[in-house]
Write a protein that binds this ligand. Sequence first.
Ligand SMILES: *Cc1c(COP(=O)(O)O)cnc(C)c1O
Length: 368
Amino acid sequence: MPKAQETVLEIDLKALKHNFEHLKSKLQNNTKFLAVVKAFGYGSDSCEVASYLQELGADYFAVAYVGEGVALRKAGIKVPILVLHPQAVNLKTLIAYSLEPNLYNAKIFKEFIDLASSEELNNYPIHIKFNTGLNRLGFCENDVEHVVSEIKKTDAVKLTSIFSHLAASEDLNEKTFTLNQITSFNTISKKIIDRLSYKPIIHMCNTSGILNYPEAHFDMVRTGIGLYGFGNSEKENKNLVPIATLKTIISQIHNIEKGESVGYNRAFKSNAFLKTATLPIGHADGIGRQYGNGKGFVTIKGERAPIVGNVCMDMIMVNVTDIDCKEGDEVIVFGQDTTAEQLAETTNTISYELVTSVSQRVKRIFVK
Ligand SMILES: *Cc1c(COP(=O)(O)O)cnc(C)c1O
């Protein structure tokens, strides 16, 4: 691995393959694998990640918004792409790029069927989401009759899948709630299948659902965070490898005398001599201000260096008093040893937020 010469996000494709294979090993042979690559592939790079997963045999991709799906098509992704949260204004673009909509309420359901009919589409794949307790997006059980009868009236669309989303699959204290979600989704699915002459794909599990509720794998699973190396528990993390390492370097070292301050608003005032290192990474790169003032830390020469004072837009200063380091040395913000999950915990957030925060200003490098 070449040493960093600027702030970079290194993406380890071997780790991605490992995570893909580990998650697949949890499935029955005929269970389809949908890879969630929304939000730039959880901050990594959706096109590179999806291209590699396409090679490895992923059956489906999902993104949140139409624009994200367009980017994948432009990068040569041929497998079906489910758009989890399309907006009406983008439905024509969605069709132009052969993306498949999740239709989650009566309004977008009608808008899409009207559009598909007026464009004289035939059997265009659609996906219907049912709310079983997350209370975020989706039809409810009482809507089944309306949805099925509208779909049966037209040749413009075909019900490719029905799905739901678990609210607390990683939290085993909520097992009863989750089992109720699964039961309720089973009931809805059966009602729909009974009314159709073909069987749509049924899916419910995200990463923690795959790991904790094998009875809910159905025909397909949707995994995001697991592919990127996090299992939402100490036990599951051991089997996965974080794919992204955020690295930077030391730009400058300062000797701070007792009584001096460091950074904006003089947020840090020293009561003893210390040595700081200034790093070319700040809140515009994804290290939020909440990591400042000793909460967050980086690793230099294997040792922890806490952030001193406020996080600036383009820089942070870290305490290297007891670390033998010099300008130009490499710095690890998070990676496979100190993980994004561990750094996220210092500010009471989760790996998902930290990894998706790494801004587009940070160069991505791919390691095979
Ligand atoms: C983001 C998302 C997922 C992936 O969840 P992970 O916990 O990252 O595996 C699955 N399904 C839906 C509907 C999502 O929005």
